[in-house]
Design a protein around this ligand. Sequence first.
Ligand SMILES: Nc1ncnc2c1ncn2[C@@H]1O[C@H](COP(=O)(O)OP(=O)(O)OP(=O)(O)O)[C@@H](O)[C@H]1O
Length: 229
Amino acid sequence: MSITLRDTVLTYPDGDTRLRALDNVTFAVERSELVAVTGPSGSGKSSLLAVAGLLTVPDSGTVVVDGVDTTGLSRAQRTTLRRERLGFVFQQSNLLASLTATEQLLMMTHLGGGRVRAQRERARDLLSGLGLGSHLDKRPNQLSGGQRQRVAIARSLMNDPSVLLVDEPTSALDEARSREIVGLLATLARERDVAIVMVTHDLAQLDLVDEVYEMHSGVLTRNASTAAA
Ligand SMILES: Nc1ncnc2c1ncn2[C@@H]1O[C@H](COP(=O)(O)OP(=O)(O)OP(=O)(O)O)[C@@H](O)[C@H]1O
């Protein structure tokens, strides 16, 4: 398994009591799998991504990333593991306005160190592989919403992650573009052997994913009827 959450509990203060944002969540995604997590607003989906992404430490339970049990790791150790094994794609691609597509990807290497020439080649290969070969030097305002989301996906792959955590990738896109992006994620999962967890409200694309989970009031359940595989 590339990412496993076992009996994970996350609470927040809520007046005199505590709200259970994750209520004994158990969840595992293998490499080459694309899994969708749906559920109403406030049900705990962002909390799930934050815990899986090692950004938030749960109150109890276990998070295992690529075979590494993260329980008890220091903040620095979690940061290293995150940088080496995890990739993130956010709702609104989060690109920097002043940088070209290639530079958005190279930013990741400044953060992580590494040789610029080899990284530039890798950035170009990734962008070309995602159909952006003729847009390498374009800035976000010169790209469509779907192209921007592709740049964000390419950027998330720079460190060759084992796990990709994707938050509402289609919320700013029309139906056809949404389908392309989810289809692309399904292909990437298989071709790059990466485990992808995608939070989404976009029920129209669920036939493209391997498994569908539903979150309700912090409780995660597998939805067998809508899963394609
Ligand atoms: N920092 C916080 N402090 C207190 N309560 C919080 C905090 N963050 C989230 N919550 C609460 O935890 C619950 C789960 O929130 P979460 O953001 O994970 O839901 P979500 O499913 O991602 O919602 P949305 O679809 O609207 O993004 C909600 O009831 C929310 O109000």
